[in-house]
Design a protein around this ligand. Structure first.
Ligand code: ADP
Length: 538
């Protein structure tokens, strides 16, 4: 083997912020504070503060590899924390504050977080979980200034600090160190819709490669002139990597804090001239309902990136009428998360607009760096758009096992089972029919709950829908449809059932339609089907 004569530099997360500060120093980071005021900073200023924070962490005794927890919404401070924690070689354990307190305590304990950073709004959660973490937790830092530091009762041995005082006391004279690119940088627990949360431990190398690839033209198409609003939280799979991909390209980041209701989002999208935004379908459903209700438009928004659950085709068509393209993406915490992204190929671009929309509603095609197969009893299912299989994945940013669960380890060439089921078209477009555990099997036929839901939300009276399996003595299972009405509408169950005529085979039409005021959502915005099955499938 003749080795190449090229410099070798480890792929470290700190190199992203260093680049942004040096080459996009004036690039903006905009944050909405709890009191709704807007704070502005730049990549140059943020990198200086991240260096101070790095010093502050070292002064608190953080060592390489140690886990530092965060309970925080999207903000410049959370971004500084990402880069400071990862930059010194420690591990940023983002914790979802919407989880049950028991799960939050479980995660911080399992991760053995030595320090916990929290937004002032989450002080009550900290007070409740800290007593359960007394064996490892040494410091709690509230992400505000001294004046706004709440009085949190903490067990002896755990010190309380405010973020700005810590920062002010630290020196910014710090050089980001080099170390092995395979070192861990982030730890995110899956939301645990079944069983206890499991820790996915990201590495610097995987995180940097994921950011480079997702910034490419057929994915986020990240540019220095973009203004990007991640509605997807930084505690959910690193906000799909946008806190890395945006500074890599010099794009501005607009961070909404806790103001995630449709009115606040529309105001921020327009007020901050956002060009690209990312979030789960529920968010975009809410924004659209608001625009339908009171009019108005999204003046600068060009593209919405959506994943986490299926984005209905009918909703895509409505966004297209508003001048906004929806990019459908698929992945999971275990895959950092992007596996597929929906961008046209020459052949799909040539289709008429209706057929193109059909293609756009698929979960997308595989980006370079990862791969997917649909597997069934006979091996890899053919790419015919019809033969269903269980999706398995592998690649540079796919987990090789869960943190501190050695029994889950898989080899580098092995395929990771996603728990999702679907088909792949001859052009390589992946379409999810379901999560394995949500599939409906009726009389030997599989019914896709996603397909049933997508049709329901295309009905003018329906805002949101969930299809679940109900035990049936004759067919094994039958689909039940639960719908939430659109503002001012009254869905008629029989009319909804009739709407399926000619759209799906007769046996796929839900037997019963239940109208409810709202559906239960989990901590990451997905409809809680476990909860619905508990209520209806008895
Ligand atoms: P959780 O902790 O709930 O598993 P993840 O964000 O890791 O949270 O969820 C990943 C799962 O979300 C996938 O396995 C898949 O079932 C679902 N999902 C993600 N993106 C899409 C999509 N575009 N369409 C349909 N389902 C999706």
């Amino acid at each position: 083997m003749l080795m190449g004569l090229m410099q070798h530099q480890p792929l470290l997360v700190s190199s992203i912020l260093r680049h942004a500060a040096r080459h996009h120093g004036a690039g903006e980071v905009v944050s909405r504070r709890d009191d709704a005021t807007i704070e502005r900073t730049t990549y140059a200023a943020l990198e200086r503060r991240a260096r101070r924070l790095a010093r502050a962490l070292l002064a608190l005794g953080v060592v390489p590899g140690e886990r530092v927890g965060t309970l925080a919404m999207n903000s410049d401070r959370h971004l500084e924390l990402y880069y400071a924690i990862m930059g010194i070689g420690a591990v940023c354990n983002t914790i979802n504050p919407r989880l049950a307190q028991d799960d939050i305590a479980y995660i911080a304990d399992h991760a053995e977080d030595g320090i916990l950073f929290a937004d002032p709004g989450f002080a009550a959660i900290v007070a409740a979980v800290a007593p359960k973490l007394a064996s490892t937790l040494r410091h709690v830092v509230i992400m505000g200034d001294a004046a706004s530091l709440p009085d949190i009762p903490l067990p002896a041995g755990i010190r309380l600090h405010d973020y700005e005082t810590l920062l002010a006391a630290a020196d910014e004279d710090y050089a980001w160190p080099n170390f092995d690119e395979n070192a861990a940088c982030g730890l995110c627990y899956t939301s645990g819709t079944t069983g206890r949360p499991k820790g996915v431990l990201f590495s610097h190398r995987a995180t940097v490669l994921h950011a480079m690839v997702t910034a490419m033209g057929d994915a986020t198409a990240m540019r220095a002139t973009n203004r990007v609003l991640p509605v997807v939280p930084m505690f959910h799979v690193n906000a799909w990597g946008l806190p890395f991909a945006a500074p890599m390209a010099g794009a501005a980041l607009v961070l909404p804090g806790r103001h995630l209701d449709p009115d606040s989002l529309i105001a921020l999208l327009n007020g901050e001239r956002v060009t690209n935004a990312a979030g789960v379908p529920t968010v975009w459903l809410g924004v659209l309902a608001k625009l339908r209700e009171r009019g108005g438009r999204l003046a600068t928004l060009q593209r919405v990136m959506s994943g986490g659950s299926a984005f209905p085709r009918s909703l895509m068509a409505e966004y297209a009428r508003l001048g906004v393209t929806v990019s459908h993406a698929w992945g999971m915490t275990e895959t950092s998360p992007i596996v597929t992204w929906n961008s046209p190929k020459p052949s799909t671009l040539a289709l008429d607009s209706e057929a193109r929309l059909d293609e756009q509603a698929r979960q997308g095609r595989v980006v370079f760096g990862v791969d997917v197969r649909a597997e069934n009893e006979t091996g890899e299912a053919p790419w015919d758009g019809r033969t269903q299989g269980n999706f398995v994945v592998r690649g540079h940013w796919v987990a090789s096992g869960y943190y501190r669960m050695p029994e889950t380890a898989i080899g580098d060439d092995d395929w990771f089972p996603t728990g999702d089921v679907g088909v792949i078209t001859p052009e390589g477009f992946v379409t999810l029919t379901d999560r394995t555990k949500d599939l409906i099997k009726s009389g030997g036929e599989w019914i896709s709950s996603i397909a049933i839901e997508n049709i329901a939300v295309a009905h003018p009276d329906v805002a949101e829908a969930a299809a679940i399996a109900i035990p049936d003595p004759k067919w094994g299972e039958r689909p039940l449809l639960i719908v939430v009405p659109r503002q001012g509408r009254t869905p008629e169950p029989e009319a909804i059932r009739a709407f399926y005529h000619d759209k799906v085979p007769r046996w796929s039409v839900p037997d019963r339609v239940v109208v409810v005021e709202s559906l239960p959502h989990g901590a990451t915005g997905k409809i809680l089907k476990t909860e619905l099955r508990r209520i209806y499938a008895r």
